[in-house]
Design a protein around this ligand. Structure first.
Ligand code: 2IT
Length: 450
């Protein structure tokens, strides 16, 4: 590895030894940037990479809330405002018990490159809390969200930092967060949050956007191999909002999603989750129940459930990990290769360990696509929501969907071009990292050294 790159990576690994996820994503991105750094000594001259891996700002805050029995609980809230060179910080909030500084930083770093890749004017940020939403009542969720916003509201705004949802934060939570923001600020600046309900400025297609975008990106990948999506089988993990969006679009296009997974195991539906609207919509019912288990699908539709297992042993044309980080390690990657899967399309943020990703990228006949490109449709439509809010306009579903489709095609095309420009051939992983990097680099170079 280039000496400048390896010195940056060593510094990150030393300073963030207790944050493995952050070290992992930095390493993955830096590896792709080698030819760029070699051909552009001006970046090293202003120490651009150390400046990029260092968040502009990151803070924690106390979130205190009272449960229904009157007991008081204290959680940690986080926000990282990672890089604002190309626009206001933009990125979701994750409420999950395993949230810690390293998780927030990895998500924030990924978000910078993803947002840049969309071509839209949004910088990278992320936040959340170690609050566990499992089993909480609606009133408890509301009080937690109100307390969270009381601590955060001074530091965000429609042109400053625009949070949205991520795992554990859906339209209900965004509603409570916005209600508290409006109460504290006394203004209707609804562009401060995205993923809102449509009754107060949410965008059409935002709930579907990540899944739809992933399928539009997949169509580009298939077209490159002169293939069509119709009739293809897809093994998905997860059963949340993203997986629901994939299933909905896949059903429209005649593809067959055969697996879903949860913390409890996976289900295999040979006819496809995509075989009826009822099945597709049942994903939302399961998510809303708060049980966080996929076995309910097997019970309801009479298909097989595999407790404690992941779906990567299943034969399919396409694999789309759409659940949590590091879902696919080397063992799972070997299963995927042995099953002669043709397309490995990452959807969740960092679903693959670096070791597994390197292994998969080395498999002949397997196309690998990275999540920071594939799942960028979600944040893209968030940015379209910001535009609608600032113009006090409401666009039709067709207007939003057409733009989403065009953005995903552009992300794919720019990734392909970037890799080719640096002599890397058809490399969607390196291409996404390079294209994302270039725009931030250009803006940082133009804005001076700080
Ligand atoms: O990972 C992501 O891109 C998100 N959670 C969505 C971020 C956003 O601002 O819509």
């Amino acid at each position: 590895m280039n000496t400048y790159l390896s010195s940056v990576l060593d510094r990150v690994k030393n300073e963030h030894a207790s944050e493995p996820e952050f070290c992992q994503t930095v390493e993955e991105v830096l590896l792709s940037l080698e030819p760029v750094i070699e051909q552009h000594p001006e970046y090293e001259a202003v120490d651009l990479l150390n400046r990029m891996v260092e968040p502009e700002r990151m803070f924690t805050f106390r979130v205190v809330w009272t449960d229904d029995a009157g007991r008081v609980h204290t959680n940690t809230g986080y926000r990282v405002q990672f890089n604002g060179a190309i626009g206001p910080y933009k990125g979701g909030l994750r409420f999950q018990k395993n949230v810690n500084p390293g998780v927030i930083k990895f998500l924030g770093f990924e978000q910078c490159f993803k947002n840049s890749l969309t071509g839209l004017p949004i910088g990278g940020g992320k936040g959340g809390s170690d609050f566990d939403p499992a089993g909480k009542s609606d009133a408890e969720i509301m009080r937690f969200c109100q307390s969270f916003m009381q601590a955060l509201y001074r530091f965000i705004g429609p042109d400053t930092d625009v949070p949205a949802g991520d795992m554990g934060v859906g339209s209900r939570e965004i509603g409570y967060l916005f209600g508290e923001w409006r109460r504290l600020k006394g203004t209707f600046e609804n562009g401060v949050l995205t993923g809102k309900d449509r009754s107060f400025g949410g965008s059409r297609i935002r709930p579907e956007a990540t899944g739809y975008g992933a399928v539009y990106y997949l169509q580009n990948v298939l077209a490159h191999e002169y293939e069509k999506i119709e009739g293809k089988t897809i093994a998905c993990s997860g059963f949340g909002n993203v997986t629901w969006g994939i299933c909905k679009k896949a059903r429209q296009l005649g593809a067959v999603v055969v697996t879903l997974s949860g913390p409890d195991g996976y289900i295999y539906d040979p006819d496809g989750v995509t075989s009826s609207d009822e099945k597709v919509e049942y994903l939302r019912t399961m998510r809303a129940s708060g049980h966080d288990r996929v076995q309910d699908y097997a019970d309801k539709f009479g298909v097989e459930f595999f407790p404690g297992e992941k779906p990567w042993g299943v034969k399919a044309d396409i694999v789309m990990p759409s659940a949590v980080q590091n879902d696919v390690g080397i063992r799972e990657a070997e299963q995927i290769a042995n099953n002669r899967i043709r397309y490995y399309i990452e959807v969740a943020n960092m679903p693959t360990t670096n070791e597994a990703l390197t292994f998969l990228r080395d498999q002949p006949g397997l196309v690998v696509a990275p999540s920071k490109a594939v799942n960028a449709g979600g944040v893209s439509v968030s940015c379209l929501e910001m535009s609608q809010n600032s113009e006090h306009l409401v666009w039709t579903a067709e207007q939003v969907d057409d733009q989403l489709h065009a953005i995903m095609d552009e992300i794919y095309g720019n990734s392909v071009d970037a890799a080719e420009r640096y002599g890397l051939g058809y490399d969607l992983v390196a291409g996404a990292n390079i294209a994302g990097f270039e725009r931030i680099a250009q803006a940082m170079m133009a804005q001076g050294i700080f």
